[in-house]
Design a protein around this ligand. Structure first.
Ligand SMILES: Cc1ncc(COP(=O)(O)O)c(C=O)c1O
Length: 287
């Protein structure tokens, strides 16, 4: 296995916190590994062990041009002696992003896939169809969403040594939210959707969390859509960096902080509440 560090919770400062007498800690999962950082390792850990136990040789998954998931998978696969293959939502003639350049340099086979094929591949039955072309392979769905990924995420919750009234984290597939909400049933857990139109997500996640109701998806801080940004988000990230020397990516973690600020300013987080934000990594995508 890779050498993974444990992560600590660090108290951070921002004027909007001081004004409301609210304590915010940030769990530094961005520091657990130089490449396979944040929620990436948490989600992959048990999937990789499962693939090893099943003696699969090839890890196959899917993702976009800037996918943190593919980036982590390519590196972890190389380190652990797996072949890796990815269906990528991109055109083969376009210039590779630094993310995909890394993936290829770590030995990942990139299969460029049209938007239509990519959308179909999201349906698991479609992989059953493709799987014959990839013998001895282990399929990992987009973003790693699976029971095993959720199990790995639950370990984040078990590492906390105090109670938090609120926990916030960036959300894509929702696996991280599900794992944290399961592991911290006494906290209110908010997943901040990084993309627009996430209203379908609660219905999709509910079966994994029933009967718990300590969770919620914030659909209002995507800043225009996935990987979209605006000046408010950028200045918040800059200010946070200046005051705390912690980098946040604009795709997930910056939006998460924006949602916390808004929740504080609108009284959804109350004076004296203890709040945790989980830094889910993703800094490679800023290149
Ligand atoms: C840095 C980062 N944070 C958060 C997420 C969202 O995680 P999830 O798909 O488990 O909701 C992702 C995507 O996997 C990510 O790359």
């Amino acid at each position: 296995m890779l050498k993974i560090n444990s992560s600590h919770c660090q108290k951070v400062q921002m004027p909007f916190l001081t004004q409301s007498n609210i304590e915010l800690d940030i769990k530094r999962d961005d520091l657990i590994h130089p490449v396979v950082s944040g929620n990436k390792w948490r989600k992959l850990k048990y999937l990789l062990l499962d693939a090893q136990e099943k003696c699969c040789k090839n890890l196959v998954s899917m993702g976009g041009n800037w996918s943190n998931h593919l980036h982590a998978l390519a590196f972890a696969g190389k380190e652990l002696g797996f072949k890796t293959t990815a269906f990528v939502r991109a055109h083969e003639n376009q210039r590779l992003t630094p993310t995909l350049e890394d993936c290829r340099s770590w030995g990942m086979d990139l299969i460029f896939t049209s938007r239509v094929d990519y959308a179909q591949l999201r349906q698991s039955f479609q992989w059953n169809y493709f799987s014959e072309q990839f013998p001895n392979s282990y399929w990992i769905s987009e973003g790693g969403f699976s029971e095993l990924a959720i199990m790995g995420i639950e370990e984040i919750g078990r590492e906390l040594d105090r109670h938090y009234d609120h926990i916030f984290l960036g959300t894509g597939s929702g696996a991280t939210l599900v794992g944290v909400a399961k592991a911290c049933p006494q906290s209110k857990v908010t997943g901040v959707a990084a993309f627009s139109g996430a209203d379908y997500l609660p219905g999709q996640l509910e079966p994994y969390l029933k009967p718990q109701s300590n969770w919620h998806i914030d659909t209002e801080h995507h800043c225009g859509g996935f990987a979209k940004s605006n000046s408010e988000l950028e200045s918040l990230i800059d200010e946070f960096h200046q005051l705390n020397q912690i980098e946040l990516d604009a795709v997930y973690n910056g939006k998460c902080l924006l949602a916390i600020k808004d929740a504080v300013e609108h009284g959804k987080v109350k004076q004296g509440d203890k709040v945790l934000m989980i830094h889910t990594g993703g800094l490679q995508g800023m290149r």
